[in-house]
Design a protein around this ligand. Sequence first.
Ligand SMILES: Nc1ncnc2c1ncn2[C@@H]1O[C@H](COP(=O)(O)OP(=O)(O)OP(=O)(O)O)[C@@H](O)[C@H]1O
Length: 338
Amino acid sequence: MESELIAVRNLRVSFASDAGLARVLDGVDLTIGRGEIMGLVGESGCGKTTLARAILGILPGNSARIEAGSIRFDGRDLLAMDQDRLAREVRGKEIAYIPQDPFTAFNPVFTIGTQIDDLMRYKSPLLRSAPQMSRRERSRADRARVLDLLRLVQLPDPEGVLRKYPHEVSGGQRQRLMIAMALLPEPKLVIADEPTTALDVTVQAQILKILKQLARERGVAVLFTTHDLGTAYEICDRITVMYAGQEVEEAPVASFFAQPSHPYTRKLLDSLPSSENGIRGIAGEIPRLIDPPSGCRFHPRCERASEACRGTRPPRDALGPAHTVRCHHPLIAAEQAA
Ligand SMILES: Nc1ncnc2c1ncn2[C@@H]1O[C@H](COP(=O)(O)OP(=O)(O)OP(=O)(O)O)[C@@H](O)[C@H]1O
């Protein structure tokens, strides 16, 4: 792994609901290196979006509670930072966001150009790198950068696109716009939350290729959440697997597919559709997060589970320099790992 950009440690987040307190993140650890593309995978409801939102500092204030943990980003603890400073200096600047549904991210009553100009007024990297520039010079320079980036995300007729309203461009074009807008402030980390689920498969592949290429060229790290292991294989350097609010394995892509160590990772891989097995689900059910299983939350669905798994959550064991697993009975032990 490159040098560390973000380190989430022991993050605990609960949501209050009428049915009780749901422990949605239960002591999550996650590390992403500079310029690294990290995939966050796991079944629906395992906490991927909640983790992404906690990093962005946009958990719903009325129901979510951060109970413990730290999020160190480029030398600062985001959870200890003043909320206004976080909004002014970090969110949308150093950490950018590409949402699942690009349509709701745009305001329907303004042209795309107006919305990009507004973004640049507050988030232009020139505010930092060339503070002496007049506003007019800055907006001219920003406009040139915007057009360059729109060409790089392969939008036809970039000038024309800027004059359009969000409903006048296709879903794929809106998502290309979101990638360009996320990269404009020159962030260090982009959080892409299932950025292509709303698109058809061919457009998905093109967009992911563009995201990967631009992130690589600019040395931007990406946290990429997805249900789809095939997509994670295509674009990620490493993959973190979450199960019911706990991270269970973090591995470089090659080891993830060749040497999965956590039984849940193995089952996720076995559930990929194949010509021999068809589609095989994972036996058992995801636990309720209001009264989750003790110890390792996967133990009720795990054939290898023992008393130890019911009793305590396994520690994070290193299998290799960038490969860790939390399991009392891992499929691959440290001495066998590549
Ligand atoms: N605002 C909220 N209030 C109460 N519970 C919530 C809230 N947001 C999320 N949750 C609960 O937190 C859990 C994790 O949800 P989250 O959206 O983080 O999962 P996910 O892995 O991103 O799922 P998906 O892949 O379906 O998007 C779920 O049980 C969900 O019901």
